[in-house]
Design a protein around this ligand. Sequence first.
Ligand code: HEM
Length: 230
Amino acid sequence: MSWVCRLYRSSLGAKYVMASTGVLLLGFLIAHLLGNLQMFAGADAVNSYAESLRALGPLLWVARIGLLVIAGVHIVTALRLAKANEAARPVAYVKQASRQVKPQTKTMVLSGLVILGYVVYHLAHFTWGFVLHDYSTLVDTEGRHDVYSMVVYGFQCWWVSASYLVALALLALHLCHGITSAFQTFGLNHAKYATAIKLTGPAIATLLFLGYASIPVACWLGIVQILEGT
Ligand code: HEM
């Protein structure tokens, strides 16, 4: 077995893999949010942004496949770590240990699996057009894919918006613990900065939640809406 496999199979190696893939997924979340927030700048901004992404052609597919591989490694490693932890825990220790485990830790695997389900639902909603209507065929006056109208129509349904908000809250919960854990894995836990490090996870998670949630809420309340001529 090569040293890479041995490192991956060790619990420390698995934690590094979780933290590194988690940081990369966080990078995607930040970039995706910055793109989505252009909804507040109007149809032209969002549609030309989407068009510029599509113009990347094969590069976009490289990024998509990369994202899929990173998410796959993150999930498989999480399940393997959870199984190993469960197997290593002596039965008599179960009660005492479970009392010390934070609620976020307990919900990491569960919230992770719900987020995976949410991403599939999200793709079915916007990319594949399986939820309510197929918005992917909308075109704007410039002949571009009308991502702006797709998102506005997509969030006009209250239960679709509500389901996004629930999933986004779970994502925030997952990130709160995940980011703090990544700091520890990378050894960024100096006592002098303990409070700042402890607050970084919740702060980033809250900002991402507010940013993402602002879009369905704004569409649902009519703050972001379809204007004539767009
Ligand atoms: C309110 C929040 C969100 C909005 C408005 C939004 C919007 C969009 C839109 C418009 C697309 C492109 C659909 C298309 O034209 O094919 C997309 C793709 C995607 N979104 Fe989101 N998104 C949101 C939240 C999220 C979150 C929280 C995640 C991850 C947990 C996520 C993951 C993805 C992925 C993986 C894709 C596919 C990317 C690709 O195929 O290039 N989105 N999203």
